[in-house]
Design a protein around this ligand. Structure first.
Ligand code: AMP
Length: 559
């Protein structure tokens, strides 16, 4: 990874990593892929290490005698935890007293193998309950005493799932394709279905397997297809002569897997959220099961107010299990709106075009909590505009314009689905710091530092204290405290894990932040627990929106 990090050229990064992957054994290949993507275990694994940055810092402090103050100031300059660990170990201060040997004279291999680190991480994850934190610290201390500072840098990144210098997923997929001489499109397809980088690498290496024949499996959630922003209806019609138009519902993306024996609901992060929506599960009638099973649907979960779909904070709190689900299901029932189908009566529809998939969806039986999003195939700007205005007036976010011939493709934002939003664009940003509030908000971390994804680190582009309810401020405070990296005079710097969708009046060039950009009047529209850190918008997107706002202003002045 150090070699990969040392070049900024994408193709070089891919080639270096591909050559590394092609030399690994069956046991080494999966963990190497997880580590490169800044994860410890496969996404679907329930295993967690539960070992935060502050515990890691405590171990480094014990091992190196570096003061927290020194470490904090290094972190402030570099904003990279792995490098901090490397630096601290390289510049180890003499210990006032020699540390007692925690594990007798036993030492680990001096050159760290993937198998060793895999076994180490599994052991860490298996330690739970009383006294486990201290034992994890002891284990880590022992490991760090026996490996080089450079190795420690990567151990730190893996343990803290630090994605900021991770190998982006797209590059990793390309490296897998190159390593095993596969077509990039086939690797991406297999990744969407398998949704596990380790399994994917093994499948790609197995030359007797045609990656395109891998089919979706029930209760193995697939990665979701995403949409690309489009500025105007005409641009969408330039791309496709006809488009399938649907209202864009602002809800909670969910995959519904239906089988005669039982069903499950997954979030767009492939998390099992079945228990959060009992009313939807109860509404999967025998008729529906009979007609579709085994089946995988794609859709959006919403509440209804005056028969109009709306997103409710209750949906988020249900998922975090912070609310009484049974009473929320009564008070604010949720509904599943189907817009796509990926598996029907056990047959994969991933290679079937959208038009045909929609025909199957439209013939499906429905029930009280299972409904179908209505759609129209249109080719006329006026008619689409009319539908768009209608959708905006009804309070929807806008329209989805979909290519009738597109296949279901996850991963990079494809062009098969275009989203036309009526409201101002929003950005998905990650919170990297938080300030203590004043007055009524004294006990809360209530002013959040918002960052976009840069090439190697997250870059702050604004702050906000607007948009959350009191309950949310209180929950957010607890959550951010648990993610503390360093305590600062203003509050805390935190691990980049909480993602928020942010509205703003406009974007300005500004010297206030190192990124050179600043949001004016930023406010949180929604906490996006359903999005993962690799979905945080990039600095390029911020620049693009900055340029687009001039186009919008010009259009507005013409009108
Ligand atoms: P965004 O979150 O702004 O990137 O917009 C894409 C999201 O819109 C999808 O992930 C879905 O959760 C949501 N969505 C709402 N309505 C639809 C629809 N009719 N078709 C597809 N996605 C939809």
């Amino acid at each position: 990874m150090e070699k990969v990090d040392s070049t900024t050229k994408k193709n070089e990064k891919i080639a270096i990593f591909a050559s590394f992957l092609s030399g690994l054994t069956t046991e080494e290949l999966p963990p190497a892929c997880y580590y490169a993507a800044a994860r410890i275990f496969p996404k679907k694994s329930q295993k967690k290490i539960q070992f935060g940055w502050s515990s890691f810092m405590a171990v480094i402090h014990q091992l190196t005698n570096r003061s927290r103050q020194e470490m904090r100031s290094f972190y402030r300059q570099k904003a990279d935890f792995g490098s901090l660990v490397e630096w601290a170990l390289l510049k180890k201060k003499p210990q006032p007293q020699p540390l007692s040997a925690f594990f007798g004279n036993q030492t680990v291999e001096t050159s760290l193998s993937i198998a060793y680190i895999d076994a180490f991480l599994r052991k860490m994850a298996s330690l739970t309950g009383k006294g486990s934190l201290q034992e994890k610290k002891d284990q880590l201390l022992h490991l760090l005493r026996n490996i080089s500072p450079l190795e420690a840098k990567y151990v730190a990144r893996i343990i803290t799932s630090d994605t900021r210098t991770g190998f982006q997923e797209g590059l990793l997929l390309d490296a897998i394709a190159l390593a095993f001489e596969r077509k990039k499109t086939h690797v991406r397809y297999a990744h969407m279905v398998l949704n596990d980088l380790g399994e994917l690498a093994l499948a790609a290496r197995n030359q007797s397997l045609d990656l395109n024949t891998i089919t979706p499996r029930l209760f193995q959630p697939l990665r979701s297809m995403l949409a690309t922003k489009v500025e105007t209806i005409d641009k969408a019609l330039d791309a496709y002569p006809q488009v399938i138009c649907e209202r864009k519902i602002d809800g909670f993306r969910a995959q519904l897997h239906i089988d005669k024996q039982g069903s499950k609901i997954y979030s767009r992060n492939q998390e099992d959220v079945t228990n959060a929506f009992p009313e939807i599960l109860d509404s999967i009638t025998a008729t529906i099961k009979e007609h579709v099973s085994p089946c995988i649907l794609d859709g959006e979960i919403v509440s209804l107010v005056d028969n109009k779909p709306v997103f409710f904070q209750d949906i988020s709190t249900r998922i975090l299990r912070k609310t009484d689900i049974a009473s929320s299901a009564k008070k604010m029932p949720c509904y599943y709106f189907i817009f796509d189908i990926l598996l029907f009566r056990g047959k994969s529809l991933l290679q079937t075009d959208l038009q045909k998939r929609k025909e199957i969806v439209d013939r499906m039986p429905t029930s009280n909590h299972i409904r179908i999003i209505s759609s129209e195939t249109l080719s006329d700007t006026e008619k689409i505009n009319h539908l768009f205005q209608e959708a905006i007036n009804e309070g929807y976010e806008g329209l989805m314009l979909k290519d009738p011939h597109s296949l279901y493709l996850a991963g990079r934002r494809g062009k098969g689905w275009l989203k036309l939003k009526g409201t101002l664009p929003t950005l998905d940003l990650v919170i990297v710091g938080a300030e203590w509030g004043h007055g009524r908000r004294t006990d809360w971390l209530s002013n959040y530092h918002l960052a976009a994804r840069g090439l190697n680190e997250f870059q702050v582009i604004g702050k906000t204290f607007k948009g959350l309810t009191d309950d949310e401020f209180s929950q957010m405070t607890d959550r951010l405290k648990s993610l503390t990296v360093t305590e600062e005079s203003y509050g805390l710097s935190v691990q980049p894990q909480v993602i928020v969708e942010v509205e703003f009046d406009n974007i300005q060039e500004s010297s206030k932040y190192a990124s050179g950009m600043a949001l004016r009047f930023a406010r949180i529209k929604r906490i996006r627990n359903d999005k993962s850190v690799d979905e945080v918008d990039s600095i390029e997107t911020v620049h693009q929106l900055y340029r687009d706002q001039f186009k919008r202003q010009k259009r507005a002045t013409k009108a």
